[in-house]
Design a protein around this ligand. Structure first.
Ligand code: MN3
Length: 244
C-alpha cells in the first residue's frame, strides 16, 4: 500500500507526540511540513480531555433514594464544573498524560486544580453509571466475589456503610479489586483508588459519593439514611462488568 508523504508525516507526528507531546522537535516537524491541503493540524492533540457521560436515566429516576433536585444540581452544576475545571487545568498546566490511567497514576505531580477536578470529573462519571432505577441484588460472579470476600451481601453492606460513615468530611466510599482481592475503603475529597496518592488502591468496582452536596437537600445531616437507601439503586450489572 502506497503511503503518501502527508500520511507518513502524520503517522510520524502521531508517534512522536505520543511519547513527547509538544516537544520542539515535533513542533518543528509540523512547521516544516508541506501539505497539499494547507496546514497539517496537530489538532487531535494527544493531551487528555475529560468529558461528562450522559446521565443514563432521568433526574427523578432514582427517587426516592436520591431526589430529582439533588441529581439535577449534582449533575449539571457540580459535575459540569469539575469537567470544565480539569480541562482548563490540563491546558494551563500543559499536562501531557494521554490517558486517564496515566493522569491518575501521576496525581502527585499534578496541580491541586488538575488533581481535584480530575478526580471530580472521573468519580462522578463512574458514580452515575453504577446506579440505576430499581437497583436489585448482585447475582452470578459478582455475588460470588462479594460472598467470598465478605461472607455475605449483608456483611458487605455493613463494611461499606462503615467506610461511608467514617469518612470524615467530604469524600467517597469504594469497593475495589486490588489484584484479585475485593477491598472496601474510602478516599478524601475527590481522590480515587487510581491515584498514586491514595492509600486505597485498586480497580474501582463501586463508588458512593458522601459529599454533603450528594444528599443534604433530602437527608440533611442523616448520611446513614442516604447510604442505607442508596443500596436500592446500585447497578450490579455495571459493577460485575468492572470485575471482568
Ligand atoms: Mn459529588
Amino acid at each position: 500500500m502506497k503511503t503518501t508523504r502527508r500520511e507518513f508525516v502524520q503517522q510520524a507526528l502521531k508517534a512522536t507526540t505520543l511519547t513527547a507531546l509538544g516537544t520542539p522537535l515535533a513542533l518543528k516537524a509540523l512547521a516544516d511540513t508541506p501539505s497539499s491541503s494547507g496546514n497539517i493540524e496537530l489538532s487531535a492533540s494527544t493531551a487528555l480531555q475529560f468529558s461528562q457521560v450522559a446521565l443514563p436515566y432521568a433526574y427523578a429516576a432514582l427517587e426516592p433514594s436520591i431526589d430529582a433536585m439533588t441529581m439535577e444540581i449534582h449533575y449539571t452544576k457540580h459535575h459540569t464544573a469539575y469537567i470544565k475545571n480539569v480541562n482548563e487545568a490540563i491546558t494551563a498546566d500543559k499536562v501531557s498524560f494521554g490517558t486517564e490511567k496515566d493522569f491518575f497514576a501521576n496525581a502527585s505531580k499534578l496541580s491541586a486544580k488538575a488533581k481535584n477536578n480530575g478526580g471530580g470529573a472521573w468519580n462522578h462519571n463512574f458514580f452515575w453509571q453504577v446506579m440505576k432505577p430499581g437497583g436489585g441484588q448482585p447475582t452470578g460472579k459478582i455475588a460470588d466475589a462479594i460472598n467470598g470476600a465478605f461472607g455475605s451481601v449483608d456483611k458487605f453492606k455493613e463494611q461499606f456503610t462503615q467506610a461511608a460513615m467514617t469518612r470524615f468530611g467530604s469524600g467517597w466510599a469504594w469497593l475495589v479489586n486490588d489484584g484479585g482481592k475485593l477491598k472496601i475503603g474510602s478516599t478524601p475529597n475527590q481522590d480515587n483508588p487510581l491515584m498514586d496518592v491514595s492509600d486505597l488502591k485498586g480497580t474501582p468496582l463501586l463508588a458512593l459519593d458522601v459529599w454533603e452536596h450528594a444528599y443534604y437537600l433530602k437527608y440533611q445531616n442523616k448520611r446513614n439514611e442516604y447510604v442505607a437507601n442508596w443500596y436500592n439503586v446500585i447497578n450490579w450489572d455495571e459493577v460485575a462488568k468492572r470485575l471482568a
